[in-house]
Design a protein around this ligand. Structure first.
Ligand code: TXA
Ligand code: MG
Length: 311
């Protein structure tokens, strides 16, 4: 794998992106959560290139991004609660795991009987889907197990030389990946916390814990990981350590990144991966991450800090 990676200003690159997808190629695109690496979801050979570019194991299924809500019923069996959730939260940062239909390639579902579906609200992503006219499978545009990219430069750092095109749509609004929810007969099971919170979901159906045997990204203990060892803890400085701050000043640390100077969880989520990346690139011996309150979006942030610090 050695291709020249072009970065295109988003609006100019839309037709080039749609053409690449139609030719069975890959393109990195902005979404409202993180950047995704897209391919034609109904073409298994195109999707295989995603696994190759990311060094991703074939056992890890892909999320299918749909151009319009009617595609949900073509790809999956959508129950009443699934339809209600889709109508309320789409387009937006919610992924629904539903029983699949035959049309979805096995490679996309990793052989499972379910498929993960979402509809992005990002205008660039929507414009590409509209031009392409079909669903696009897109995981986060990072190498497997690494920090998800929240701007075009992050995608280049992860996949430059491996993919032909990145559409630059600026920084992602949410900065963390979509909430993943399995919808079944007894209600909702959150497989990955994200921008749509448990509190918001509970208004639609009972929310249960995750389900044994169902793998989400989350199935893996270590994920979203910087290369520098990281742990969650209090602001006790050590030589050549970095500090990922929620509210302490981090005095005495070699480098400090603040998630949000006003302790705003949305801002913290949007800054999280960029801050982790900067600390990771600073040549530190370790990183200490200050815990954030585990309410609302804080649950999603803490889930990622725990995974980033698992070894
Ligand atoms: O915000 C997001 O969801 C981003 C943007 C690009 O849309 N995508 C994303 O994809 O985070 P990815 O592949 O990095 O994480 C999605 C995770 C996969 O790791 C997989 O474990 C889980 O979703 N997943 C996909 N299909 C599934 C299924 N049928 N059942 C359970 N989990 C599934
Ligand atoms: Mg990912």
């Amino acid at each position: 794998m050695n291709v020249e990676t072009h970065v295109a200003a988003a609006m100019e690159g839309i037709s080039a992106a749609a053409r690449l997808l139609a030719d069975g190629g890959l393109v990195a695109l902005p979404t409202e959560t993180v950047y995704g690496l897209g391919a034609d979801a109904l073409d298994p050979v195109a999707c295989a290139k995603i696994f190759e570019a990311k060094d991703r194991p074939l056992s890890d299924p892909l999320i299918v991004h749909i151009p319009s809500i009617d595609w949900m019923g073509r790809l999956a069996v959508a129950s009443e609660p699934a339809r209600l959730l889709a109508e309320h939260f789409w387009p937006g940062p919610l992924t629904l795991v539903l029983p699949r239909r035959e049309i979805v390639p096995d490679l996309v579902t990793a052989g499972q009987e379910t498929v993960a579906v979402r509809m992005s609200s990002h205008p660039v992503f929507q414009a590409v889907l509209e031009a392409f006219g079909k669903p696009v499978a897109a995981p986060s545009a990072n190498r497997f197990g690494r920090i998800s990219p929240t701007c075009a430069a992050d995608v280049l750092a992860e996949l430059g030389g491996r993919i032909p095109l990145v559409l630059d749509g600026g920084p992602c609004a949410h900065g963390i990946e979509s909430t993943i929810v399995l919808v079944d007969g007894d209600g909702l099971h959150i497989l990955r916390n994200g921008p749509v919170t448990e509190e918001e979901l509970a208004a639609f159906a009972p929310v249960h814990g995750s389900v044994a045997g169902i793998s989400a990204p989350g199935g893996l203990l270590s994920h979203y990981a910087p290369r520098t060892p990281m742990r969650i803890g209090e602001a006790v400085p050590k030589p050549n350590f970095g500090f990922l701050s929620w509210q302490c000043t981090g005095d005495g640390f070699a480098r400090v990144e603040h998630l949000s100077k006003t302790q705003d969880l949305r801002e913290a989520a949007a800054n999280l991966y960029g801050a982790m990346r900067r600390l990771d690139e600073a040549g530190l011996d370790g990183i200490i991450a200050e815990p954030v309150p585990e309410t609302g979006l804080g649950a999603a942030i803490m889930e990622r800090l725990r995974k980033a610090s698992a070894r």
